[in-house]
Design a protein around this ligand. Structure first.
Ligand SMILES: NC(=O)c1ccc[n+]([C@@H]2O[C@H](COP(=O)([O-])OP(=O)(O)OC[C@H]3O[C@@H](n4cnc5c(N)ncnc54)[C@H](OP(=O)(O)O)[C@@H]3O)[C@@H](O)[C@H]2O)c1
Length: 131
C-alpha cells in the first residue's frame, strides 16, 4: 500500500553503474538545505538528477559536490525561479536537452515562515495572492 512518504537511503560514495534505469528526479530548491539533502539521497539511490534553484553559482557548487560522489549518474542544473510563468516549459526543455525522463518531482523550493501567515513581512495582500 502506498503510504505517501518517500524515504531514500542515506547518501554514500558508491560505484553504482551508470545504467540510467531509474527515473530521473527533479528537485526544486536543490542548492541548499532540505532540497540539497534530498537530491543527494536520490543520487545515492541511483537516480539521475535535474537540480533547480535561482542562484546559478550556488546551484553549480551543489551540483559539483554531488558529482564528486562519483555515482557516474548525470547531475544536471537549471537556474530558474519556479514562480516564473514559463517555469514548466523551461523545465521540459531542460529535461529534453539532458535526455532525461523524469519520474519524480520533489517540489521543495520555497521560504520558511514562522508564525501566522498574515503577520509575515510579505504582508497581508501578498499572502492572499500566494495562498
Ligand atoms: N527548514 C525548515 O525547518 C522547514 C520547515 C518546514 C518547511 N520548510 C520548507 O522546506 C523548503 C526548504 O527549506 P530549507 O530550510 O531547506 O530552505 P533553504 O535552505 O533556504 O533552501 C531553499 C532552496 O530553495 C531555493 N529557492 C527558493 N526560492 C526559489 C524559487 N522561487 N525558485 C527556485 N528555487 C528557489 C533556494 O535557492 P535560490 O535562493 O538560489 O533560489 C534553495 O536552494 C521550503 O519550502 C521551506 O518553506 C522548511
Amino acid at each position: 500500500m502506498h503510504t505517501g512518504s518517500v524515504t531514500p537511503p542515506a547518501p554514500k560514495a558508491t560505484s553504482m553503474a551508470n545504467d540510467n534505469t531509474r527515473p530521473a528526479v527533479i528537485v526544486t530548491g536543490a542548492s541548499a538545505g532540505i532540497g540539497r539533502a534530498i537530491a543527494e539521497r536520490f543520487l545515492a539511490a541511483g537516480h539521475p538528477l535535474l537540480l533547480i534553484a535561482r542562484d546559478a553559482a550556488r546551484l553549480e557548487v551543489a551540483a559539483q559536490a554531488m558529482r564528486a560522489i562519483a555515482t557516474g549518474l548525470p547531475v544536471h542544473t537549471l537556474a530558474l525561479d519556479v514562480t516564473a510563468a514559463d517555469a514548466a516549459e523551461r523545465i521540459d526543455a531542460a529535461l529534453a536537452r539532458a535526455g532525461l525522463a523524469a519520474g519524480i518531482l520533489v517540489n521543495n523550493a520555497g521560504i520558511g515562515l514562522g508564525g501566522p501567515l498574515v503577520d509575515q513581512e510579505i504582508g497581508r495582500a501578498s499572502c492572499r495572492e500566494r495562498v
